[in-house]
Design a protein around this ligand. Sequence first.
Ligand SMILES: Cc1ncc(COP(=O)(O)O)c(C=O)c1O
Length: 371
Amino acid sequence: MVSADTRVRDRPIHRVFPRLDVPWVRLGDWPTPVEAFGEGFLKRDDLSSPVYGGNKVRTLEVLFGEALAEGATHVYATGAFGTNHGAATLLHAPRVGLRPGLVLFPQPTSSAARANFEVLLGAEVGRRPEVMVLPHWSALPWGMARVRARHRRHGGRPFVMVPGGATPRGALGYVSAGFEVAEQIEAGVLPAPERIVLPVGSTCTTAGLLLGTQLCAALGFGWRRPPVIQAVRVTPWPVTAPGRIVSLAQAAGRELARQARAPEAALSRARLGSTLEVDGRWLGWGYGRETAAGKRAVDEFRAKAGFELDTTYSAKGAAAFLEAIRRPGGGPTLFWSTKSTAPLPEPARAALSAVNGRATRWLARADRSLP
Ligand SMILES: Cc1ncc(COP(=O)(O)O)c(C=O)c1O
């Protein structure tokens, strides 16, 4: 078993709050690059790790730290069949000595979701992960309780994460990401963005970035005025209600204030809400459903930036970004690229053929409907 260092203290958040003392592990390669794209800029969090990149690597650096500090042996991700949080958990957890597990529910088919689901079901990452396949998302609380009960009986210690890892601790990963951009602004890598565009699903990424950029502006670090955080819905209301996002950002601020002995980090709801724009125009028929604007964004990014977006998350965010940079007089705009572009490991075919009926039927449907 790997014994991981949970005392990582060299993230940008630690430079701003040197007394911050929460367990934190090393998973990603930071800072992620910033590139020009048309009139705007891209923050390439898709490159956050060659093992599996994307936004969830930042969240997991804190959540795996918390799990290890609690003495957990297993860490469970929960989410839809194509969950990136799940893929990141599966591929990164063994690196810090945690055994991954998954509690999954169905979603609309898409090629990125199919690719992830095959890896989740067929992975040969150390020992095979435990995968629970539920009939519907509403069975999730039952599935999470069952995982905990089973481990209690057998003496394992599970750390079961909520979808997206959306807790105040998890959000600290993206508070640090805000400081990382501020360092890049100070270093002249990009002008201070007036607008940051990103997809919002579980709200963890947006809430952390909202707090992080507000704190930067309050400290005069990178920004003098906080940027607008344009959160593009990929899951519907009420999951992505502005009030929920602000509540998580506020709770993250309180957690930071407590753990860093820095009361100034606890910002008010009014202040946090003042720079949040939740944009529901790109969601289409709902979570996981492809949209025409999203598909156009996929093509444009492939042609101009040379990398692939996914249709569930990043394509919808990118469609909003493309609109924003074409609006005259919009000011510097940054798109946060959140979907991993690291190559996925080959799923083990033998393991795939042993999965349960619900999963097999979904994969067969995906094979019929996708190229
Ligand atoms: C690729 C990608 N982008 C964006 C998001 C949204 O992030 P959050 O769930 O933190 O709102 C997710 C969530 O899983 C994701 O996988």
